[in-house]
Design a protein. Structure first.
Ligand SMILES: NC(=O)c1ccc[n+]([C@@H]2O[C@H](COP(=O)([O-])OP(=O)(O)OC[C@H]3O[C@@H](n4cnc5c(N)ncnc54)[C@H](O)[C@@H]3O)[C@@H](O)[C@H]2O)c1
Length: 273
């Protein structure tokens, strides 16, 4: 059985560990290193996995090492982990936004098989979306291992051109926040028209849940589903014309471009470390 160790036991690691256990991975094959005692003990209690305060101990003798720490913590970790990783050469999986494969190779060793991936927070409820990208040292079996870990929390797609990983981050990595911002705006708009907030929230929330499920379950293009809601000269048409007049596609494209640029900037700032 594949042994998987996590460095960093925060939100994303917790959702991946929970997803793996749900898919039948034995707790004995999972471990996590987390510096915060309270978070560490909670992970041990909840999932029955081994927990460590020391990253090196968690990284020893593992087949897969998942780096689930914030991007800015990453460069400093090489001093701690590089020797252990050079000895065992596990598959290294990084989920950090804006950290490139060449940087991971520089910090942790260029002989390592590395998968850079970008999940998102719906992974917490098994509805995540993840883009993955591998270096040339990753074997077909290791690709399957990486995919198995991320498939445990949602859908996965391999990205062949690493430069598109910043686009993945800007689309699905950050995307849940765009969606929540739209729900907030819908709720505020209804409240401004006099609706009680709790009513506005439940109607906006359930509308988004229903529309999201239709997208997934109907297999229809979003444009087709949109047209079905839009009666000629009706209420939806009035709203969509207002969106068009405010250049909604342009607003969204500019936001996604800003997030993409920020991913590249974050990587560039780590080059200075
Ligand atoms: N939250 C998201 O929407 C999201 C989505 C995709 C990818 N990511 C990426 O996932 C990574 C983790 O994000 P998160 O949201 O789980 O963050 P988080 O803050 O919840 O978790 C990070 C954990 O790392 C621990 N940590 C800090 N320093 C450490 C060290 N030196 N060694 C070991 N552990 C250490 C922290 O105590 C914390 O528990 C980030 O790199 C982020 O870019 C996040």
């Amino acid at each position: 059985m594949t042994r998987i160790a996590f460095i960093g036991g925060g939100n994303m690691a917790r959702s991946l560990i929970g997803g793996l256990i749900k898919t039948g991975v034995a707790a004995a094959n999972l471990r996590v290193a987390e510096p915060l005692a309270q978070a560490r003990e909670a992970l041990g209690r909840e999932f029955g996995i081994s927990t460590y305060a020391d990253n090196r101990q968690a990284a020893a003798d593992t087949d897969v090492l998942v780096l689930a720490v914030k991007p800015q913590v990453m460069p400093a970790m090489h001093a701690e982990l590089r020797d252990t990783l050079q000895r065992n050469r596990p598959l290294l999986i990084s989920i950090a936004a804006g950290v490139r494969i060449d940087q991971l190779e520089r910090w942790f060793g260029n002989l390592l098989p590395i998968v850079r991936c970008m999940p998102n927070t719906p992974a917490l409820i098994g509805a995540g979306a993840t883009g993955l990208c591998a270096n040339l040292r990753v074997t077909p079996q290791q690709r399957e291992q990486a995919q198995h870990i991320l498939d445990a929390v949602g859908v996965t797609r391999w990205i062949h051109d690493e430069s598109q990983m910043d686009t993945v981050t800007a689309l699905s990595g950050s995307g849940p926040a765009y969606f929540f911002a739209i729900v907030e705006a819908l709720e505020d708009a209804a409240v401004a028209q006099g609706m009680p907030r709790d009513t506005a929230r439940i109607l906006a929330t359930q509308t988004c849940l229903g529309a999201g499920r239709m997208l997934v379950e109907s297999n229809e293009a979003p444009s087709v589903l949109r047209q079905r809601v839009t009666s000629p000269n009706g209420t939806t048409q009035a709203a969509l014309e207002s969106f068009a007049a405010d250049q909604l596609p342009r607003v969204v494209a500019r936001a996604v471009a800003a997030a993409t640029r920020r991913g590249a900037e974050m990587a560039a700032s780590l080059d200075k470390d």
